[in-house]
Design a protein around this ligand. Sequence first.
Ligand code: 3PG
Length: 399
Amino acid sequence: FIRLQDLIAQNALQGKRVFIRADLNVPQDDSGNITEDTRIRASVPAIKAAAAAGAKVMVTSHLGRPTEGEFKPEDSLAPVAARLAELLGQPVELKQNWVDGAGLENLQAGQVVLLENVRVNKGEKKNSDELAQKMAALCDIYVNDAFGTAHRAEASTHGIAKFAPIASAGPLLAAELDALGKALGAPARPLLAIVAGSKVSSKLSILKALADKVDNLIVGGGIANTFMKAVGLNIGKSLVENELVEEAKAIIEIMAKRGAQVPIPVDVVCAKEFSPTAAATIKDVADVADDDMILDIGPKTAAILAAQIGAAGTIVWNGPVGVFEFDQFGEGTKTLALAIAGSKAFSIAGGGDTLAAIAKYNITEQIGYISTGGGAFLEFLEGKTLPAVEILTQRAAAQ
Ligand code: 3PG
């Protein structure tokens, strides 16, 4: 695809109308305060570079999943506009009802405006050509810098790229693809993946895709319980998906045939109830009782996995291995997080819970690359084509 940086190097942005699709879908509290602004920060380099190159910059994003055609105050990007203005050090006016170009006639070179929640527009989710053409008509250059939304074919992530005079990839999108490509394309071996979380069902396709690629597949959380059951262990009353036990067995077999492994915990941290004050008891897996609930890996398991992490060449991390929000069930995730931080491997991490764990254990600086993608990160790991990227590549071939 064409990169924004190359267009800037050719001085192609001066005085041009540049439409940047960013992913500014950030979490907010009940009062609308932004609780985590990584995505806004990550969008700044593209916006700054375009403004500095003399472009008239229009930025848009979705926020949440609003009903189209029905704008509600909580759908507004207003808090994002304020935060973006702070980060850019320049005013960022929020434009409403902008699809037909109202309020965008007199933008100045170097000016940055934010276009209100793109998903409120009829046809955005359905990727309507009519809406995409209208958005394309607003600009001379389209820039997709929204890696977090690259798995969605919507009018502002896909359709517009067909119709804009020039369609390009922003630096964040390019960096994400470079980092993920490095981790999975020709990775330094051993390639180790940590796939954890409450449910196998939500990550089954990733587990299957990785089973053919990685040397070591560490499972954690509720996912590990299903794998433990698959090898015949008692998991008490832990979260499990009985209907996926056979799938778990199949994954273990595929891995074993390739000489790769799915390490099964040797000890766990149990409780009798799921609560922030529940008492934590460390048990060998053979001692798990019928009324036990497994909420973390035990210290012996954590040490074994930490050693494997230390020996890895590449690490892909998605999901905490225990209920790390409660400190007494966070030691497993903490040990693995510190092992990743201390390893010489190229590491890449993504997903909301994973980012929260990275922040909690203060290892942001030690991770090779932290993805801004949730669903997009997972779909890339599954080996799926990201439609927003595919269309840019097609356009580049045709341009
Ligand atoms: C995300 O938060 O994963 C992206 O912004 C995509 O949001 P969506 O799942 O509502 O499309």
